[in-house]
Ligand binder design. Structure first.
Ligand SMILES: [Zn+2]
Ligand SMILES: [Zn+2]
Length: 334
């Protein structure tokens, strides 16, 4: 009586339901970092996923978690696949029962005293899965300089998902971009805070936001130098946090110091900003004798608190950009 249903159940045991995944309008498919702490959402070019990515390992662009390629489905894709698999299985069971019922009913002898018929509710149902829809396209598209894989993220990324490569130069450009965004957003943040928390809160928060731009820049440049320098030799602890020490190290490695790319005024200004960062980090921004000795131009007396202006951040970004570009070229040439 239930031949078709039994056959269908046997078939289902050996044929898994496959649920397709759509790419977005730019040809990218959604992926998600399987690390529980991370869960970073990103996209990879569909063609590259087939050709460049390896089954054995994929890396998270944000945290560099490593896992085989079949572990990078997004939570949404998994939920969708579960629902679709259920719909397909229900459809197949339903349709097999419909055809069993039809056959059973057609075999009933006519004109007999007792007649039996079998009825299955509902009509035929779909037995194919609807593809998982792609999330909205992401603006920031990145091409790995090592393996040429294309991927897309929101905000920023440090590692290539196809080969795990850490791009020192891209990370540095990204950090400088973030500092600029932070500086440019201060006005909007201040306005929002004045309305929600009051003027005092707004002023305090915005001041510390502007001050962090300086340390962000110093740290970004330090990491950048460390990333470029490691092939030339050992780096003394935090050497690239100090301008002169860093410049000396570069001179030893490539016979070029920071004066190659910055004018003497720029070097003096940059040094003041490095000293300001030091005093913010270690003396709560209060000027001490060291600060006076270490800065060649100085408008402060001991005991004053230093101020970071928008212009300071512009100077810092301008100098760091010049140094970054100069070092990149010099390292590639040598
Ligand atoms: Zn991750
Ligand atoms: Zn790569």
């Amino acid at each position: 009586m239930f031949e078709d249903l039994i056959k269908e159940l046997e078939r289902m045991g050996s044929q898994p339901v496959s649920v397709p995944i759509d790419s977005d309008e730019q040809g990218y498919i959604d992926k998600q970092c399987p690390s529980e702490e991370c869960g970073f959402l990103f996209k990879v070019n569909e063609e590259d996923w087939a050709k460049i990515f390896k089954d054995k390992a994929v890396w998270c662009p944000l945290c560099r978690h490593e896992a085989p390629a079949d572990q990078w489905f997004t939570v949404e894709q998994v939920e969708h696949a579960k629902a679709e698999a259920l719909a397909v299985i229900e459809g197949k069971i339903n349709n097999a029962m419909q055809s069993d019922a039809r056959r059973f009913n057609s075999r009933q002898p006519r004109n007999s005293f007792i007649s039996m018929s079998m009825k299955v509710q509902g009509g035929m149902k779909r037995t194919h899965a609807i593809p998982a829809k792609a999330a909205e396209a992401m603006q920031l598209k990145i091409t790995c300089e090592e393996c040429k894989a294309h991927f897309a993220v929101i905000g920023s990324a440090y590692f290539c998902p196809a080969c795990g490569h850490n791009s020192v130069t891209r990370t540095y450009a990204d950090s400088l971009r973030k500092i600029r965004v932070k500086k440019d957003s201060v006005g909007v943040i201040r306005q929002a805070l004045i309305e929600s928390a009051g003027k005092d809160e707004a002023e305090l928060t915005c001041r510390s936001l502007v001050e962090t731009c300086i340390s962000d820049g110093v740290v970004a440049f330090q990491k950048y130098c460390e990333g470029l320098y490691f092939t030339y030799g050992k780096i003394p602890f935090n050497a690239f946090q100090r301008l002169e020490h860093g410049s000396d190290l570069w001179y030893q490695a490539i016979q070029k110091g920071y004066e190659t790319w910055l004018t003497s005024e720029e070097l003096i200004e940059l040094n003041v900003l490095y000293q300001k960062r030091h005093i913010l980090a270690h003396n709560e921004g209060i000027v001490d004798a060291n600060y006076i000795n270490n800065t060649k131009v100085n408008n402060y007396k001991i005991g004053q608190r230093i101020v970071i202006s928008d212009k300071d951040i512009d100077i810092l970004l301008n100098c760091l950009e010049k140094l970054g570009n100069g070092l990149k070229e010099a390292c590639e040439i040598v």
